[in-house]
Design a protein around this ligand. Structure first.
Ligand SMILES: [Zn+2]
Length: 461
């Protein structure tokens, strides 16, 4: 059978990353993520996962890359999950939260009776998640390690999230190297380093989320300063719904930067999300893995433990403190999750701030269709929250230039490092339109052979 590759997720869609490498009877799974978004996609999370997997290679800790590991374990997997040390730590935070949410959702569905399945079951339990965590095997960057007989893996920094990587998988019997791109980070951004240049591989898998788009090249600092200053002048609050994993740190970087340049007043900044609190602690202990610019920020605050601080930063610890922040009428910045206002503490903040036109709601991340975040951003006059209709009188602003994913030009720039064309390039992790646009561009500009694998399609390498 030789060497084959089968994508069981992120195949002509953006979530559910799962790529199976098979060689000489051995099976290695690269990423084991959840499908997210539309119900038809989420239902795929219930399908059986590949059996007989010997080892998992994990590129980074986002839920759409690691979120089904507990289910793999539930189905009998007992091998190792190879990943970088930071990915191991962040994955523990993500899986603990996911297991808890799964159990909570199933419990609520049963209590309120809104389920076709009797009883509704969680996709996996907190216990499955805890068991998956014990299998994590941290490996530093740039150090090839054996993951199965005749197969090694090396992690290279992808610059997409703390600990994120490309996995360079080497198959000795076939003398072939497959580069799994995971998610590709961006160039010239603060907090995270540029993606590591790679010059050769026989097969490359690369994401295509923004394969047909360029990120807004506007000046983040100037726009953020304007929003903060205008809101401060009105005596209002700036509420920023943010993803707990990775975005909070970039926001804190920019706020701290603006304060140091005296372009905004020193006002209270609250980070109110239990998960963001844990993730922030992880970033602060791994400054050497971040962008060199971070050391300047540390120098301003004198101590490493204070990285990502602002003049008046409070990381909220308790529900009681969160309620005090919600009640407070002083001008302030509140960063809270979830990023698309689908749940979490940010809902409590929004319920209080949306009705008052002195406040600003600022969106800095992707807002998927059907989410509350998307409704507010698109100009809804009322949104439903905790069983009531909340009027939207606050100012609403958004910018998407803080995305953690490379845009089309950045993907081309990274591919441009190759000194010999890969025999095959597979586009994954994208909706069909951006994916097909990028395929045509790579074929036209680089003259490479490009495939966009379908779900479950087995490709001989
Ligand atoms: Zn990601």
């Amino acid at each position: 059978m030789g060497l084959t590759l089968t994508s069981f997720g992120a195949a002509r869609t953006v979530t559910g990353s799962k790529h199976l490498v098979e060689v000489g009877g051995h099976k290695i799974l690269v990423d084991c993520g959840q499908f997210q978004g539309l119900k038809s996609l989420r239902e795929r999370n219930w399908q059986p996962l590949p059996t007989g997997v010997e080892a998992v290679v994990l590129t980074h800790a986002h839920l759409d890359h690691c979120g089904l590991l507990p289910r793999l374990v539930q189905q009998g997997f007992r091998g190792k999950i190879f990943c970088t040390p930071a990915t191991a730590e962040l994955t523990k935070i993500v899986l603990a939260d996911a297991g808890h949410l799964q159990e909570e959702d199933a419990e609520r569905a049963n209590r309120k009776g809104y389920t076709r399945h009797k009883p509704a079951l969680p996709l996996f339990t907190e216990e499955d998640a805890a068991r998956a965590m014990t299998l994590l095997q941290p490996v530093g960057y740039n150090r090839p390690v054996p993951v199965a007989p005749g197969v090694t893996t090396e992690f290279l920094n992808a610059g997409h999230l703390l600990g994120s990587s490309f996995a360079r998988v080497r198959v000795e019997s076939e003398k072939k190297t497959i580069l799994f791109g995971g998610d590709l980070g961006r160039y010239g951004r603060p907090v995270l380093p540029d993606p590591t240049p790679v010059t050769e591989a026989d097969v490359v898998l690369v994401e295509s989320t923004y394969g047909d788009r360029l990120h807004d090249s506007g000046d983040d600092a100037t726009r953020l300063a304007q929003v903060i200053n205008e809101t401060f002048a009105r005596g209002g609050k700036v509420v920023i719904p943010s993803f707990a994993l990775g975005r909070v740190e970039e926001l804190l970087y920019w706020i701290s930067f603006l304060e140091s340049q005296k372009r905004i007043p020193e006002m209270p900044v609250y980070v109110d999300s239990p998960m963001a609190r844990e993730v922030l602690a992880e970033y602060r202990t791994r400054l050497n893995e971040l962008d060199p610019q971070i050391s300047d920020m540390v120098a301003r605050h004198e101590r490493e433990a204070m990285a990502f601080s602002t003049a008046r930063l409070r990381v909220v610890a308790t529900v009681k403190e969160s309620m005090q922040v919600q009640d407070s009428k002083t001008p302030m910045i509140v960063i809270s999750a979830s990023g698309m206002a689908t749940g979490g503490r940010v809902l409590h903040h929004l319920r209080r701030t949306l009705p008052d036109d002195r406040n600003t709601i600022l969106f800095v991340g992707y807002q998927a269709e059907g989410t509350r975040g998307r409704q507010i951003r698109d100009g809804a006059k009322f949104v439903r929250m905790h069983g009531e209709e909340v009027p939207v009188n606050a100012h609403v602003d958004s910018f998407d230039s803080m995305s953690a994913h490379a845009d089309a030009n950045e993907i081309m720039r990274w591919l441009g490092n190759f000194t010999r064309p890969p025999a095959l390039t597979c586009l994954v992790h994208g909706e069909p339109k951006p994916m097909d646009t990028l395929k045509a561009r790579i074929e036209r500009e680089l003259k490479w052979t490009v495939k966009t694998p379908n779900q479950g399609e087995r490709i001989s390498l």
